[in-house]
Every structure is written in C-alpha cells, then in structure tokens.
Design a protein around this ligand. Structure first.
Ligand code: LLP
Length: 430
C-alpha cells in the first residue's frame, strides 16, 4: 500500500488522518516517551546517505558526516556502520565518534580555534586529517606534532570567496568570514606547511556555507579550488585529496535544492573535464543527511486568542528548537491527528520561554485544541545539537525508529540533571 507523503518528507505521512514516522504512529511515540520528543527515522538517514553513495559510485570518495548537525551516539553509530567518516570540530566531538565506534582514520578535524590539547588528543587518536584554518594554526599544529614525535596530516581550508546565497549566519566562504585561509594566501600557506617537519600535506579543503539550494556556488568554488590545486602541485606539493565541504540544503518550506546524486553528477563532470575525476574526493555533509529524517513532537498547552494575534503555546521552546529564534528559520508544523472537519485559525506557535524571540512558527493555519499533539518537521539537524537548558528546561528525549520499532537513544533530562554540576557556596563565604 502506498501512503500519502508530505512533500520533502518521504518518511513522514498520514495514514487514516494520523501522522506516522515510517510505520510508527506519532501519537504512540508521544504517549510512550512524553513530549517534547525528537524522533529520527533510521531509514530516512540511510536513504539520504544512499543518494550520496549513488552519486559517487565508481569513484574514490570518502563521505565524512559533519556530526555537529546531530551528534547523537546512535546516529553516529548508524553512519559509522554504513562506512562514513566524520567531520569533527572539537575534542568533545572526537570523544563522541570514538564512543560510537567510528574508524578514527576516517575522521577529519575542522574549526578555526583548535586548542593544543585538542590537537594532541586528535594526533594520539590517529585521525585522518586536520583541516587547518589559518597560518597561525599551522605553526601550533607543527609544534604539537613535533612534541609528540609524529607528523600531522594536513589540509588547508581555503576560503574561495564565493557567495553561497544563503543566510548570512550560515554563509562561510566569503572574504568577510572568519573561516579558512584567503585564496590569495593559500599557495604561500601550502609552501610553509610543506616546509614544517611536523606536518604532512595531504589535501585541500573548502566549505562555503550551509542550506545551499543552488548548484552554481559549488561549481564556482570547485573551479577556484582546482585552480589552486594546479598551482600548488606546480610548486611541487602533491595534493592527495580534495574536500568540498558540506552545505547542501534540504526542503524546509518548498525549497528545491538539487538531490545529492544530481548535484554530484554535475560536479563530477566538471572534475572530469578538468582532469581531477580520479582524485580522492571528500565531502562533509551534515544537514542533508539528517535534517528531514527527524521530527519534534510537542503538545499544545494553551490557546491564547489575542486582539492582534492568536497564540498557540506548545511545550517545546527555543531551547529545544533554536533555529527560528536564531535565524528566523522556517520549520513546518503539522497536526499529529489531522482534523478535516475543523476550520483552521491562524496562530503564532510559541514556547513557554520568557522571551519574545521564543517562537517556533509564525502565522500558521492550524486546526488545534488544547492538549493536541503537533509535529515540528525538519528537526533532525541543528535542533537537539544546539539545544540548551535555558529557563532550566531539561532537554528532550530522543528516539530512533527502525523496522524493529522505537528505541530510546537519549533519555529526557531531569531537572536534577540540569543543575547536577553546581554547588552551593560553603558556609564560610556566606
Ligand atoms: N563542514 C564544515 C566545516 C562546517 O562548518 C559545516 C557546518 C559543515 C561541514 C556541514 O554543513 P551542512 O552540510 O550541515 O550544511 N546551525 C546552522 C547551520 C550551521 C552550519 C555550520 N557548519 C543552522 O541551523 O542552519
């Protein structure tokens, strides 16, 4: 039986008016695990990965999941078992991928502010590559590697100065951004890296931004990077792999990004045309692997009609779903039980946090009543991984569904958890 689907969300559908994630009714999940609740579809994640794997069939390629998008151990375990490497940005993320059983040789370490301690930890773990983001970082990494008596495998992240045409907060490849080494300085940085005894140049890297919905910025960045590879190799420094970063967008609200395999078909023909088709290729996708594999289930606490606006107050808030408050991002919000017979009203969907910025959706047409359940869609990426305890709210539980059922992969934080690391002042100082 084919089930109706929500556009852009092939794993979320209604059956007899009831919302399901794969074959599991959303209501059942909310009843069993409570709300707010993040639920992820294993099949949706593996389908998203399969699109990249199809795109790279027959090529030498390494997919390094940018785990900042969703760093749940169970999600990491899933991708590790499917052969992925990981793009990490902290010692904490290194500890997580290790705990999830990742092949540490397939780990690459990005980020503008790696500490000496993090470098040491990553060198001792034997990670695959450091994506170095500044000339100063090259010097420090060289020192740390020499102290340990090893050579650090490095790739320099080059800022290609192309416009990813995305939200300014998630655009990273323009001159004014803090990321990477400027294109004009890159050759000199490579020459310096090649001269340092503690470094071994292995690749080149770029990442131009996130939620990219067009192919052109990728093609532009690719041309700029390939020009550099030619210049660096002419200077006698071989580049073994080329890393094109992540950034592919997903459908939040009728967005139409290219599919991963279609994007790569176009990028690979450009690589072939320029003679780089057989190079080891790397990518760092985050959002496009997990974003539309997750939903957040929430309960309507109150309806509050107003003179200018009606508010639908739910039990999820900006601490659980920070993207609307941070980027004015759109997430679709749908009822868990569709009500064909009730006329919808227009609501601002807001959380209980004491901030006007605590909204999850504005001007949404919803047929809802107090106590109903809603689902916030596209909640698999940059939601739980950016969640906080603001207003002393414990973070939600996380559940992963597969063909065997629903598995709790992170229990709900208790209030005690939120202040477990704190102490009262001793009597002597009161
Ligand atoms: N590689 C590097 C070096 C990155 O900085 C990022 C994301 C990625 C890969 C993965 O990008 P993706 O494929 O997920 O677009 N919190 C924001 C997104 C921040 C992205 C940060 N860097 C949001 O919620 O939209």
């Amino acid at each position: 039986m084919t089930l109706p689907t929500l556009p852009g969300h092939p794993h979320v559908h209604y059956q007899d008016q009831a919302l399901h994630l794969d074959r599991i009714p959303a209501r059942q999940l909310a009843q069993e695990f409570g709300t707010p609740l993040f639920v992820y579809s294993k099949a949706a994640m593996l389908d998203a990965l399969a699109a990249y794997q199809r795109g790279f069939a027959g090529r030498r390629a390494q997919i390094c999941y940018a785990m900042k998008a969703n760093s749940s151990l169970a999600v990491l375990q899933l991708f590790a078992e499917a052969g992925c490497g990981f793009d990490i940005v902290s010692g904490g993320e290194l500890a997580r991928v290790r705990a999830a059983g990742a092949d540490l040789g397939k780990v690459i370490f990005s980020g503008v502010g790696k500490t000496r301690a993090e470098m040491r930890m990553a060198l001792e773990a034997g990670i695959g590559c450091f994506n170095v983001e500044s000339e100063a970082e090259l010097e420090v990494l060289n020192q740390v590697a020499c102290e340990l008596g090893v050579q650090a495998p490095v790739s320099i992240r080059v800022n290609p100065n192309v416009d990813a045409k995305t939200h300014p907060y998630i655009s990273t490849g323009l001159k004014g951004n803090k990321f990477g080494v400027a294109h004009d300085h890159a050759l000199a940085a490579y020459q310096r890296a090649a001269s340092l005894p503690g470094l071994r140049v292995v690749g080149i890297d770029c990442h131009i931004g996130s939620q990219i919905t067009q192919t052109t910025p990728y093609l532009d960045a690719m041309d700029r990077i390939l020009d550099l590879v030619e210049a660096i190799e002419q200077a006698g420094i071989p580049i073994h792999h080329i890393d094109f970063g992540g950034g592919l967008g997903i459908d939040y609200n009728g967005d139409t990004p290219p599919k991963a395999d279609e994007l790569w078909q176009q990028l690979l023909s450009r690589l072939d045309a320029r003679g780089f088709g057989q190079r080891l290729l790397m990518i760092e996708p985050g959002r496009s692997l997990v974003g539309n594999a997750g939903i957040c289930l929430t309960e309507v606490l109150y309806l509050k009609p107003g003179e200018q606006k009606n508010f639908c107050i739910i039990d999820a808030a900006m601490n659980d779903l920070p993207r609307p408050a941070m980027y004015e991002a759109y997430h679709a919000i749908v009822p868990v039980q569709a009500k064909g017979d009730q006329a919808p009203s227009r609501y601002d969907v807001v959380g209980p946090v004491c901030e006007s910025g605590d909204w999850i959706g504005r001007d949404r047409e919803l047929a809802v009543a107090q106590g109903d359940l809603l689902a916030v869609l596209s909640a698999g990426a940059y939601c739980m991984s950016m969640a906080s305890n603001y207003n002393t709210r414990g973070r939600p539980a996380e559940v992963l569904v597969d063909d065997k059922g629903a598995h709790l992969v992170r229990r709900r934080e208790s209030v005690e958890d939120t202040f477990a690391l704190e102490t009262l002042l001793p009597a002597a100082v009161r």
